[in-house]
Design a protein around this ligand. Sequence first.
Ligand SMILES: *Cc1c(COP(=O)(O)O)cnc(C)c1O
Length: 369
Amino acid sequence: MPKATETLLEIDLNALRHNYNYLSSKVDKNTKMLAVVKAFGYGSESVAIANELATLGVAYFGVAYAGEGETLRNAGIETPILVLHPLPVNFDLIVNRCMEPSVYSHKILKDFINYAESQKQHNYPIHLKFNTGLNRLGFRKEDIPKIIETLSRTESVSVKSVFSHLAASEDEAERNFTIAQIDEFRNISEAIIRQLGYKPLLHTVNTSGILNYPEAQFDMVRTGIGLYGFGNNPSENINLKPVATLKTVISQIHTIKEGENVGYNMGFKARETTRTATLPIGHADGISRAFGKGVGWVLINGAKAPIVGNVCMDMIMVDITHISCEEGDEAIVFGETSTAETLSEAINSIPYELLTAISQRVKRVVCRK
Ligand SMILES: *Cc1c(COP(=O)(O)O)cnc(C)c1O
């Protein structure tokens, strides 16, 4: 790639392809892959990501909200789309664009059936979401008789899949809890299949579930963060490649004399002569204020330049006293060597949050490295 001349998020489709192939190698060849592309493809570029994954043969896409699926449909993507968190106000959009809702409560089940009947739908695919311990969205096992009764009174919908979501699949210390979730999911699935009289697809694992609970892959797996290059574990991260690289450029270099300040509210006071570089990226681009005052850093010519003072809305200043560089040089915020995971850990966060925080102001460049 040429050196960045402005703030850019590079999206490497070859890294995506590598991660997809690696995750596929961990999954039984008869098990389908659902690629989670919510939140702009974990902050990258959902259409480019989805197009590449469609050519790789992914069975399903998962989005959180209907509008995210609409973006994929507008781009011509025809793969089935599971909307993980549909809201009744979006049923029109969901059905018009052939998306498939997750149904997680009696209210949403009734509301969707009413809508589907009003549209004269027949066997419209829905996905029943069960709560097995995350306590976020989902029916409970006790709800099964009432679900079956409701479903028996309509032909408007049919159950395409039954699924649940693990609460701590990346956490070895919670292995017993996760195994209990998987057992509960298996019991629920068996009861549903018995009472429905047909067999929907079953799925419960996310990326860390694929890697840590291979016995729980059922008919489909849902992978998000792994596709983007992170396995929630150093021994898995080495098998994956970060898809996104956030780059920027040095706009101006200052020599700060002892006793002078840098940035708003005197966030930095020079105790000795200090050289700083001002970069065109700030909290409005997704660089949290928590990275200020030396907590976060960028790489310039391979060396770590800590952020000095407070993060501004549109800029940061970094310490380059010991780095040989000049105005116009490139700075790497995160990428392959200094990763989004390491940087996020500096503020007790996770790559999921740092990646999805990169705002839409940052230009996306899709490439193959
Ligand atoms: C976001 C999400 C996933 C993807 O999880 P990763 O840890 O990114 O693989 C899977 N399933 C559901 C229900 C989700 O909300």
